[in-house]
Design a protein around this ligand. Sequence first.
Ligand SMILES: Cc1cc2nc3c(=O)[nH]c(=O)nc-3n(C[C@H](O)[C@H](O)[C@H](O)COP(=O)(O)O)c2cc1C
Length: 300
Amino acid sequence: MKIFPVKIEAKCLGCEKCKAVCPRHISQIDPDEHLSECISCFQCYAVCPNNAITFSKKELEETGPLPAIDKDDLKSFLAFRRSNRLFSTKPVKRETIVELIHSAQHIPSGGNAHNCKFTIITDQEVKNRLLQLIKKRYVLQFKFLQVPIMRFILTLFTDPVTRAFLNDREYLKRIIPLVEGMKNGKDLVFYNAPVVIAVHSDQLIPTPGPDSILAAYNIVLMAHAMGMGTCFVSMVQNAVNNSNKCRALLKLGRRERVHAVILLGHNKLKYQRPIPMFREDHYRFIKISDIEKRMFPCST
Ligand SMILES: Cc1cc2nc3c(=O)[nH]c(=O)nc-3n(C[C@H](O)[C@H](O)[C@H](O)COP(=O)(O)O)c2cc1C
């Protein structure tokens, strides 16, 4: 059931801040008139200075006032996040996992679709089966890619990103240790993490991929705040999406695709410091040059 904002007339100050922030510019004067346009983003509820907007579903929990977070604290928190591949055997409590999943609800989502679903794997049997399927797939793929004619044929039918990888000779060299490690029985996919979370979504929503990655990153940050470790593993999602056996194991619907997979667990080691900011900044401010103005005059 879709939930809509409802104005409490007696509390409304008439400031129209609700209308100003609404992506559809709906004034909350009469919500019934605008139900079809409302995307239930609740920006109106969040902005109202007099708490004059509530929900069409009464039992919804109302949130408290704006919490302040210090800019430098946040900067340091973000800088301290690391991808963790060394997990302790300590299990993660079910309620902790649920709390993490709840944190993913606060993402921005294309068209406010909020369609991400989370499949949580803590069962060792499921993890082992998935790992075996993924391993088999990568080992076979590697064998296949070592034959130049096979590689060439594949480039003709694949997407541009995969094509670029296939044309890169260094790529095969880079994955040799991975494939060899897998053949030797190492878990270089799940790194023995106690929890694996696959974030998937229906394909027929405006932005399935970005939504899932944002949802996964909220979980990553929240886990970091709880002192736990996480790691994105794209190797899993690539294998899962293209294997019917993996899809069946994860009970994915026909139109669903996995867009992010994260490992979760308690850290075996403690990171003592963030890495320095040694990366080159890739940003630019742009403006229209006089030549461009003449070449592409703007009609408005
Ligand atoms: C979309 C995405 C996919 C990734 N896939 C893998 C993966 O398959 N295996 C892995 O070990 N790490 C994976 N990583 C983690 C990166 O390798 C990691 O971010 C990098 O090593 C830098 O470490 P840091 O996150 O601690 O800065 C992935 C990260 C992202 C964002």
